[in-house]
Design a protein around this ligand. Sequence first.
Ligand code: ADP
Ligand code: MG
Length: 384
Amino acid sequence: MPRLTKTFTARFGHAPEGVWSAPGRVNLIGEHTDYNGGLALPIALPHRTRCAASPREDDLLRIHSLQDDAFVEVLIQDVAPDMPKGWTAYVAGVLWSLREAGYAVRGLDVVVDGQVPLGAGLSSSAALECSVAAAASDLFGLDLLGSVEGRSALAAACQRAENDIAGAPTGGMDQAASMHATKKHALRLDCRDGATTQVPFDLSAHDFTLLVTDTRASHALADGQYGARRDSCETAADVLGVEFLRDVDPSALDEALAKLPDDVLRRRTRHVVTEIARVDEVVEALRQGDLAEVGRLFTASHESLRDDYEVSCTELDLVVDTALAEGALGARMTGGGFGGSAIALVPAADAERVTAAIAAAFANAKLTAPISFSVTAAGPAAKD
Ligand code: ADP
Ligand code: MG
């Protein structure tokens, strides 16, 4: 018996009704665009979080994780901001927000086992939420996994759990990727209306691979800076008289920038507008099989995030610079920044050499050893 079901059975005295799982994600391009009504292009990772669960007749949630000693019991009716505290808020929040959205859910016995690195910018939080949401959908007969609309409803409930109960003010990209991204495809996500399009993404057909490097850096200023970037974007949109920076036409960018009162607002706006344009340029290059162009756009995105949006850091820049020096077609930070992970587009045959070069560069700079791994585009939340 796998460790997950064994632990479940030992803790609750009965076998789980089933096991559901959901992937982490890595965003190919389109960073800090979600809260600007823009575009993003994530893939689902092969790394998944599994959730063993059984429904209960009452309102009680009993939650345990193989990654944490905590065992928490909470009534769904008592779930509120910061209640329960810590990681169990992500689980309890999903049941709470499904009920808020009008779905008839009851309590659950839950044990989770996450393979997505925690806090690496690869969305272990969405993988956790979406695995629980998938379980709830099947166990309470909500029937939401079978349609795109149903999956969007589950993703929305997971985002609300993260925002309102866990207290993390994130956009909806992570949950959308975990619910909608399919094997061998990237997910073009329109964050304004939630529309999703599957874009073929199979680098192995070109003998290339996507190398992900978890820098294992997490800089304390991240939270406040995220809020500050959002505020700048709102201010710029207000000055320009648009709802979102998405509404600024890239071909009229210079005129828009001339209307902004200071250099910081101009640089933040230039990042957002050019980054949204780059997403569709990558989509087009992928459709053409033009990986050199995809790589060029990745690197342009990194430079924009580093210089205009100012959310990169030493570790992320070092991964990007080293990968490019070692022959990557392109590389960029991914996720919110100030730590987390970076991606590089490298010939499959060179992945080991690039990995070693990145490790050597970190050792040389006396930084914590990073972890690099090749990924393919995997499938969405589902029953195992
Ligand atoms: P990311 O989503 O990039 O991994 P977050 O800070 O959004 O980073 O989420 C990480 C948090 O999610 C962890 O600190 C922990 O609270 C929670 N988490 C995710 N997966 C698990 C798990 N399997 N067990 C316990 N907590 C988890
Ligand atoms: Mg997260």
